[in-house]
Every structure is written in C-alpha cells, then in structure tokens.
Design a protein around this ligand. Structure first.
Ligand code: UDP
Length: 404
C-alpha cells in the first residue's frame, strides 16, 4: 500500500481503504476529468485538491481542469449562484451571452481532454454549459451541484436546466437540494481531508505564533468564523451576535477570516461592509487572508473556543466540518448542509438569528465542559461521515454504477 493510503487507513480504518481499492479495481486507467471554475478559495477547490490525488493513488487516471473566465463572466455566474440560493438578482441577456461565449471558448480549449474522458464531473453552474459543445461525447457526464438549490429563482433554473438536462446524472449534497431532472440523481455529501494543511495537526508553537501574529489572547474566549465575504454567510449577523455576547463576556474576541475566491466578484463589497461594522472595536479581527493560508486558518480554528458558521444559505459548509474535526462545538445557521453536521445539542447548536447565536454562545462559554463534550462528539461524527475516504468511496461507487 502506498504511504498516503496507509495514512488514510490509520485515520479512517483499514477497512475503509481496502474497500476503496476494491471499488477502484474496475476503474483503473480510466480517464476521469473534474472541471470547476477556481483552483483556490471556496469549498469546491478545497475538495478537488484532495480528491483528485487520492483517486490517482487508487489507479484512476483523474485530472482537474479549471475554466478561464473574465470579470463579466464571473459577475454572471455569481448571479446564478445567488439566484439558485433564492435571491432575485437575475443575469441580463448580455450576461447570459457572455456566459455562453466563455463556455464556448473553454469547450474549445478543453476539447482534447473532454472528448476522451470516460467520466466528466462538472462542478456548479460556471462550466455547466460546456456540455452543449460535446454532442458526440464518449464518456458519462455528471453535474455536481454544491449549492443550496432548494428554492431557486425559477427563471434562472429554467435557463440552466436546458444544459443540465443533457447530463447523464447529477449529484446534490442534500435531498432537499435535488431538482427535477430527466436523469438519475445521487446524494453525496462533501468531505474534508485530515492531512491537508487546513486540517492536519499543528504544533503548539505554531498555534502560539499565529495567536501572537494576529494579536489574539489565548487566555480569553475566541469566536471564529472562516468564510468568503459573502452575504449568505451573514458576517454582519456574526458581529451582532458578538456584540450581544460582549455584554456578558467583555473579554470575548472575534475573528472573521476570509479571502477571495477568484470566482467571487462580490467579496470586496461585503468586506467593506464588514469592516465598517467592526470599526472601532480592537477585539474584532477582520482578516483578509491569501488563498493559500491553510495552516493559518487551521490555527484559527484550533484557537477558537467556539466556531460560528451563521450562514442563511449553505450548500454544505466545509468550514463546519473542519471545525468539528478539530473538536470545536459549532454554532451554525439552520440552513442547508449545516443541518447535516450540526446535530442540535450534540455537536453544536442551530440558530436562526444573531440573538439566538448570542444566547448559545453565552450558554457554551458558561459551560466549558459541555463545549468540550460537544467537540468530542463532533470529531467522532466527522470521522464516521465526512472524511475524504467516504467521498472517494461514493465517487467510485457512482462511476462503477454509471459505467456498468
Ligand atoms: N476558506 C479558505 N480561505 C478563506 C475562506 C474559506 O481557505 O478565506 C476555505 C474554508 O476553510 C473551506 C472552504 O474554503 O475549506 C469554504 O468551503 P465552504 O463549503 O464552507 O463554503 P463555500 O466557500 O464553498 O461557500
């Protein structure tokens, strides 16, 4: 067994790895291509960074390609994203023309790879229209939706559906997100990699150094939310919850850490709003980090007393998984994939308002033993359900089923 697989066996158990090897056997040498729209930032990039090497280790000829787009393209796809999550910020005719044009250009660039692939996974709406340019494709094409599409704007869904209907299958993270499409749909929750920079163990020295670099006092309670600066992540609600908490725990500190995903044009605007709301309070640390600051984020999550993910919509919320894996209780918005992970009163609390979040923060700060027990449950829950080995198993099973 290779070194990487041995390490997975240590964390997830030897049976999990033996099963992966067995499932990968009929897929050895097959060309599997993943396409998304950014190599860094956001949950999809995080997953592909780990999943693709693991599939390769198992003998599958997996590749990861990223579509290239200009600012106007990403403005349009951000509107898709917002509208699929229920907003009504519809793209204009001109936006849609740019979307189709950029997909056409990428189709031409990626044609040699996509034509030959046995299986193609297209992630989210950005590259969804590529399929139109491959009417005589050889492989099976699967659309992987990472978004909370439970209540999409109808006209945007109708537009995207014209491309999505041609796929051979689609994957959603939760049953609530699945849409009526004329092909098999699969439910697969995302996962984290225990060995990535984001999740690996860190030395106390490194964690101390991060605390001191960012002026955090390890002797005082710390609330942390790691997220792109996106309204659906509700950073302003987090500040509000912190402000309420401060009345009871004046020493509390807050870190809002985020960075730019290259496919997210709204980040700057939201960041400015967050900075304005935090102005004048030296205990709120609004941090814009580079997209490769994995170990620093890892350290923030370990420094946290409580991790927040107060999203009002959330496809899955890898940040929740990352926090639970580090033994932290999570107070999360009662939305999308957070519900799969925050088991109310067990691994954390689900909340629907800043006031509710503040109440739960206060509850946990007053009961450190209970916070610790919740964290321990959370880590166990992630080990059983949300590690990369489980995601690889689901992907392999799906491919075996589709290629049969
Ligand atoms: N992340 C990061 N830097 C940031 C913000 C987020 O590396 O500044 C990572 C975060 O740790 C997580 C992923 O990006 O692994 C975000 O995934 P999630 O599913 O929580 O949200 P998404 O951004 O996909 O909506």
């Amino acid at each position: 067994m290779t070194e990487l697989l041995e390490r997975y066996a240590e964390v997830a158990g030897p049976d999990a790895v033996a099963q992966l090897r067995q499932l990968a056997e009929p897929l050895k040498g097959m060309k599997v291509v993943h396409v998304n729209s950014t190599r860094v930032g956001g949950g999809v990039a995080e997953i592909l960074n780990q999943l693709v090497p693991l599939l390769r280790e198992l003998g599958v000829n997996a590749e990861w390609h990223v579509i290239e787009g200009n600012a106007a393209f990403f403005t349009c796809t951000k509107k898709f994203h917002n509208c699929l999550q229920g907003a009504v910020d519809r793209p204009s005719e001109q936006d849609l023309a740019i979307y189709e044009q950029v997909n056409a250009e990428n189709a031409e660039r990626l044609a040699p790879v996509l034509k030959e692939a046995d299986v193609v996974f297209i992630h989210d709406p950005q590259p969804a229209a590529l399929i139109r340019h491959f009417p005589e494709r050889k492989g099976k094409w699967i659309w992987r939706c990472h978004i909370d599409a439970s209540h999409p704007d109808r006209s945007v869904w109708r537009y995207l559906r014209q491309f999505l209907k041609d796929y051979d299958a689609s994957i959603f993270s939760l049953p609530d997100f699945a849409r009526a499409l004329p092909h098999p749909q699969y439910l697969i929750a995302p996962a984290i990699d225990p060995f990535s920079g984001k999740n690996c163990d860190l030395s106390e020295d490194f964690i101390d150094a991060v605390a001191s670099d960012f002026n955090l006092d390890r002797g005082r309670p710390l609330l942390v939310q790691v997220s792109r600066f996106d309204r659906f992540k509700d950073p302003l609600g987090v500040i509000r919850a912190y402000q309420i908490t401060k009345r009871f725990f004046p020493s509390v500190q807050l870190v809002l850490a985020g960075g730019g995903a290259t496919d997210d044009p709204e980040g700057g605007m939201v960041l400015a709003e967050v900075r304005a709301a935090a102005a004048g309070d030296p205990n709120i640390h609004v941090l814009e980090l580079p997209s490769d600051a994995h170990r620093i984020i890892n350290a923030f999550q370990r420094l946290a007393t409580i991790v927040l993910q107060k999203s009002t919509r959330e496809g899955f919320g890898l940040t929740v998984t990352e926090a639970l894996w580090k033994g932290k209780p999570v107070i999360g918005g009662n939305a999308g994939g957070i519900r799969l992970q925050v088991i109310n009163h067990h691994t954390g609390f689900l909340v629907s308002s800043p006031e509710g979040a503040a109440m739960r923060i206060r509850y946990l700060l007053e009961r450190p033993d209970q916070a610790q027990r919740m964290g321990e449950k959370g880590r166990k829950y992630v080990r059983e359900n949300f590690l990369m080995t489980r995601l690889a198993r689901d992907h392999l099973t799906l491919m075996v089923a589709l290629l049969r």
